[in-house]
Ligand binder design. Structure first.
Ligand SMILES: NC(=O)c1ccc[n+]([C@@H]2O[C@H](COP(=O)([O-])OP(=O)(O)OC[C@H]3O[C@@H](n4cnc5c(N)ncnc54)[C@H](OP(=O)(O)O)[C@@H]3O)[C@@H](O)[C@H]2O)c1
Length: 303
């Protein structure tokens, strides 16, 4: 019998790639989505975050649940309304799943929740951040703190719980890389702000394989940083990107003030903040990266 995986937010960037890799391994995937529009052969269950409603039968359809749902933090300006949505789409989704698991008494093999490396806040990059480092104080850090607290109740039901503090996911299908590659392809790659801020990146396939290992390896639980082993400064990243694209690298930096103007000063932290996040814990679990080196990861994605 196939093992079944229910992915909340499965139509998104990470969920789509994860679906393919799970299917290649013989898993049967279903989605939990705000839209019940069918997705080829994939069964789609509905839910309504505002109403706290989930389609009956959704949680019992699965051996594993992976919650990747969340309003895109880089998508639009952080108005007070949107900030509430950023939080609610992460905490309430986990709450709804918990309540349904409790109501049905259904036992899963594991429950995986996304979180983000933003948990550590905007650091200065001078130290490695590991899973026991403290949460930061800025908005995103506080979002991540609440986000991670929400599924703890699932563990109280006796279900193995994993949380991945995901870094900058590299994919050409979405996220940061296509945005960074656009100017670089025009020969306009340049560091942003001081360029000294650390980016803790991960190739999308490594992240998805990490999630699958977490599902399958019953010795794993708790929080893992979902980042590659080689965080680099923004300047190094842009220089490597330009090199892989065989384009010039511009020394003049894009001033932090311009980024703040374009994004709003709080949201600009996504680009200007520094986080040097360690992958030591996931490596100790036996996980092996396919793309540990930035140049190789970018070559694969931009080929
Ligand atoms: N990509 C990255 O670099 C990165 C880095 C760190 C953390 N993460 C986190 O990892 C998770 C998955 O990332 P991703 O890049 O795959 O995200 P994504 O492409 O934006 O997909 C997220 C999914 O969440 C659901 N969603 C969106 N707004 C929602 C809302 N208001 N309420 C409930 N559900 C909502 C959507 O599914 P439906 O439309 O089907 O409901 C969407 O497909 C996210 O929580 C993200 O914050 C991503």
């Amino acid at each position: 019998m196939h093992n079944k995986v229910l992915i909340a937010g499965g139509r998104g960037l990470i969920g789509s790639r994860l679906t393919t890799l799970l299917q290649e391994k013989g898993y049967k995937v279903a989605y939990l989505s705000r839209s019940r529009k069918s997705e080829g052969e994939i069964k789609v269950f509905g839910w309504d975050i505002e109403k706290g409603w989930i389609e009956p039968g959704a949680v019992e359809s699965a051996h594993y649940i992976i919650n990747l749902a969340g309003a895109g933090v880089a998508d639009k300006r952080w108005t007070e309304t949107f900030k509430k949505e950023i939080i609610k789409s992460r905490t309430e989704t986990n709450n709804i799943l918990f309540k349904e698991l409790k109501r049905t008494g259904y036992m899963l093999k594991a429950y995986v929740s996304a979180s983000a490396a933003g948990y550590y806040g905007e650091d200065n990059g001078s130290r490695w951040l590991n899973e026991s480092s403290a949460a930061g104080n800025d908005f995103l850090a506080q979002v991540c703190k609440k986000w991670e607290e929400a599924p703890d109740k699932v563990a109280n039901l006796g279900i193995r719980l994993l949380k991945f503090r995901i870094g900058v996911v590299l994919s050409m299908e979405g996220g940061a890389l296509p945005q960074l590659a656009k100017p670089a392809k025009l020969g306009l790659a340049a560091p942003v702000g001081s360029g000294e801020q650390y980016m803790s990146w991960i190739h999308i396939d490594d992240l998805c394989h990490m999630i699958i290992k977490g599902m399958e390896d019953s010795s794993m639980e708790g929080v893992y940083n979902g980042v590659g082993p080689e965080p680099v400064t923004n300047k190094h990243f842009m220089e490597t990107l330009a090199g892989v694209l065989q384009k010039p690298f511009f020394a003049p930096r894009v001033p932090a003030a311009a980024i703040k103007l374009a994004m709003g000063s709080e949201r600009a932290g996504i680009v200007l903040g520094s986080q040097r996040v360690s992958s030591e814990r996931i490596e100790k679990s036996g996980f092996q990266f396919q793309y540990p080196v930035l140049r190789t990861a970018l070559k694969d994605l931009l080929k």
